[in-house]
Ligand binder design. Structure first.
Ligand SMILES: [Zn+2]
Length: 200
């Protein structure tokens, strides 16, 4: 899923149960994708690479693949939950729980770019017939379902959030999704570059 979707879905699942943990839930929802953002920022701002080079070359180098897959590892999240629980650090436990939900949310909608879900114990990757970004693997339907899921979750979530910053961000995410901003600008560039990588 797109990163903002993870934040909205995770908040809708966890925030009413843990209203004091809005920030840890959001951080946990975003955390697995952090290496990708760092990679993009470094490649773009420091190395001055084009989007095409970033998504066809840099993203696929072993270092950035290992980072992305490690941050998406399910066992490492379970370990984090267990350690935080034993230490009695509840907010950290919720953060790792939210990060675990991110990994589980990605599981069924990644095709050839599937993560190694069970690092460091196994290199197994579930190659789903569905993809959230690749039109050759039903991304149009998957992304429609993702947007509807975010919209429904947002209606549920809006009254629970008591900060106007959070409410504004929630509306902004939905406006961006429903106006097609994501698919027109960001995602399309990535889709084309990733497909070129696979074909090339
Ligand atoms: Zn992810």
């Amino acid at each position: 899923m797109n990163t903002p979707s993870h934040a909205v879905v995770n908040l809708s699942l966890l925030a009413s149960w843990q209203p004091q943990a809005i920030l840890p839930i959001v951080i946990g929802a975003v955390l697995p994708d952090v290496p990708m953002f760092v990679m993009y920022f470094w490649a773009k701002q420091v190395r001055h690479q084009s989007d095409r080079q970033i998504w066809t070359e840099t993203y696929w180098t072993p270092f950035w693949q290992n980072m992305t897959h490690t941050f998406h590892s399910i066992p490492l999240k379970l370990l984090g939950i267990a350690i935080a629980h034993l230490l009695g650090w509840q907010l950290l436990e919720i953060l790792f729980l939210s990060a675990l939900l991110h990994s589980l949310g990605d599981f069924p909608i990644h095709n050839h770019d599937a993560h190694r879900h069970f690092l460091p114990f196994s290199n197994y990757r579930f190659i789903s017939p569905l993809s959230y970004w690749d039109p050759r693997h039903h991304s149009r339907i998957v992304s429609l379902v993702e947007k509807l899921l975010v919209l429904v979750a947002s209606f549920y979530l809006f009254p629970i959030l008591d900060s106007w910053i959070a409410r504004t961000a929630l509306v902004a995410v939905n406006v961006a999704y429903l106006s097609g901003y994501f698919s027109r600008s960001i995602t399309r560039k990535c889709v084309q570059a990733k497909i070129q990588h696979e074909i090339g």
